[in-house]
Design a protein around this ligand. Structure first.
Ligand SMILES: [Zn+2]
Length: 254
């Protein structure tokens, strides 16, 4: 069961109905028989994604992921964009288009000069694998410690934790893509699905989403949050609050 917080009488009725529809409706019923999407599904075997992403998941520990193929299919026919403050690269691992995922706060898969002496990021997957291979009682050979190729100083993971965070050309390109997506769709029916955004960095997603809902006529916010599911009264009529854990919520609707 998805627990939904009451924001108005009208809202609670709609959501109660929606719950049962979500549980009982299948894609077979929703998508017309002659739909192009049915043909795509028939002729393209998406299981290739498992091979593509298998190296990015751990085989024997960690939290079980949502099936990457299911996540990919969720958006494959839709005009979407992802903005995230997560730095674990899960959206990209799941097969999302790299031009449509803006990781605002950096990524654990990249390293940079620790003092940002130049504006470039480096993939660290190979480096980390080598470190794990040579790991001996939590120590690694000195030769494996990365050194900045420009200033010869230390390197750091590309996370926004101090004034030296590097925003490279790709970061600026994705920032532009995000702004362009919003501008192109703000006058259409736009759904903002906010998954688990609290008050650590609310100025990146939470507050701008609330502003968009207030300003754009046909925009609706779906806020999924089991901790901070409160809302400004000005936008309560255009918002659906779902008081649930994100992982559990997504599993229920798919
Ligand atoms: Zn440097």
């Amino acid at each position: 069961m998805v627990k939904i917080k009451k924001v108005s009488d009208k809202m609670i009725t709609i959501n109660k109905n929606m719950q049962s529809e979500i549980l009982m409706t299948t894609m077979e019923e929703i998508v017309p028989e002659d739909s192009l999407f049915r043909k795509i599904d028939k002729y393209i075997d998406f299981t290739f994604i498992y091979d593509e992403v298998k190296d990015l998941y751990c085989e024997n520990n960690g939290r079980p992921s949502i099936d990457p193929v299911v996540l990919f299919k969720l958006v494959k026919n839709k005009n979407y964009f992802v903005i995230t403050t997560n730095v674990d690269g899960q959206f990209l691992k799941a097969g999302f288009n790299h031009n449509k995922v803006f990781e605002v706060q950096g990524s654990l898969s990249k390293i940079q000069c620790a003092v940002g002496c130049h504006n470039k990021l480096y993939d660290d997957l190979k480096m980390v694998r080598n470190m794990l291979k040579e790991n001996n009682n939590c120590t690694i050979p000195t030769k494996l410690v990365p050194i900045c190729p420009v200033c010869k100083g230390k390197m750091e993971v590309n996370l926004r934790k101090d004034a030296f965070f590097v925003e490279d050309d790709n970061w600026h390109k994705l920032n532009h893509n995000y702004e362009q997506f919003v501008n192109e769709n703000k006058d259409k029916k736009l759904i903002l699905i906010e998954l688990g955004v609290g008050f650590n960095t609310p100025s990146i997603i939470r507050f701008p989403f609330e502003r968009m809902v207030l300003e754009y006529k046909d925009t609706t916010l779906i806020r999924v949050n089991n901790k901070y599911s409160d809302l400004a009264f000005e936008i309560e009529d255009k918002t659906i609050l779902i008081n649930d854990d994100c992982n559990s919520f997504i599993k229920k609707i798919l």
